[in-house]
Design a binder for this molecule. Structure first.
Ligand code: GSH
Length: 215
């Protein structure tokens, strides 16, 4: 049994689960995973053994439990401090992006659910959703001021911010959202990350359907 166990939802739909899973894969951390399919009659009972209020993701580090995607990402980064950004301004901007991703973009989330199995095609979006899309591109442009452009990730090398925005990049792809060139290039790069390819393929292979997430 590995030192770490990550409890996640369906790979096809669970965008919050993808974030720490991708980050831990990127860091090369070995972990067991337990998939709890969401919105099934037995889902809450299966999740009730954790302290996460019946939500995924949850990380178990031996017997220590951490819940919430951003907290899990930060916890494992602190265990491997070479992955932390110590410049306070740089770190603060990165955390601002992560926190905004974590707390905002309700229209984008509800109108464009993550669904790895969706055949990519355009979908009309509301003004509120378009405002979310525009703001995300503004955030990515802002991050570029702090990055080494050659590396191509939001803040130079791959960081928690890239993991936090990965499901958004996937949504932009799945719903063929028109993007400016740097954002389009970034989405392509993120989707080619080996761990993203692995997650999307696994999501597509699942047979659970959540009707409310299908568009
Ligand atoms: N803010 C939480 C959100 C967790 C969350 O809402 N997870 C969804 C799956 S993507 C969930 O567990 N939904 C089940 C439910 O709400 O009953 C995080 O960042 O981890």
């Amino acid at each position: 049994m590995a030192e770490f166990t990550l409890i996640i939802g369906n790979k096809n739909y669970s965008s919050w689960s993808l974030r720490p899973w991708l980050w831990m894969k990127h860091l090369g951390i070995e972990f067991d995973e337990i998939i709890v399919p969401l919105y099934q009659p037995e889902t809450n009972e299966k999740l009730s053994v954790y302290f996460s209020n019946d939500k995924v993701p949850v990380l178990l580090h031996n017997n220590f439990e951490v819940w919430d995607s951003l907290s899990i990402c930060e916890y494992v980064a602190e265990l491997f401090p070479q992955n932390l950004y110590w410049d306070p301004k740089h770190k603060a901007v990165m955390r601002s992006l992560c926190a905004e991703m974590h707390s905002s973009f309700a229209s984008l989330r509800s109108e464009l659910p993550m669904n790895c199995g969706r055949q990519p095609s355009p979908l009309a979006v509301s003004d509120a959703c378009q405002a979310d899309i525009n703001r995300i591109q503004d955030l990515w442009r802002h991050a570029a001021k702090y990055s080494d452009e050659k590396a191509g990730w939001l803040f130079g090398s791959f960081s928690i911010a890239d993991a936090m925005f990965a499901p958004v990049a996937l949504r932009f792809h799945l719903y063929a959202i028109p993007l400016d060139k740097p954002a389009g290039d970034y989405v392509e790069r993120l989707l080619r990350h080996p761990a993203m390819l692995e997650w999307v393929a696994a999501g597509q292979a699942e047979s659970w359907i959540i009707e409310s997430e299908e568009r």
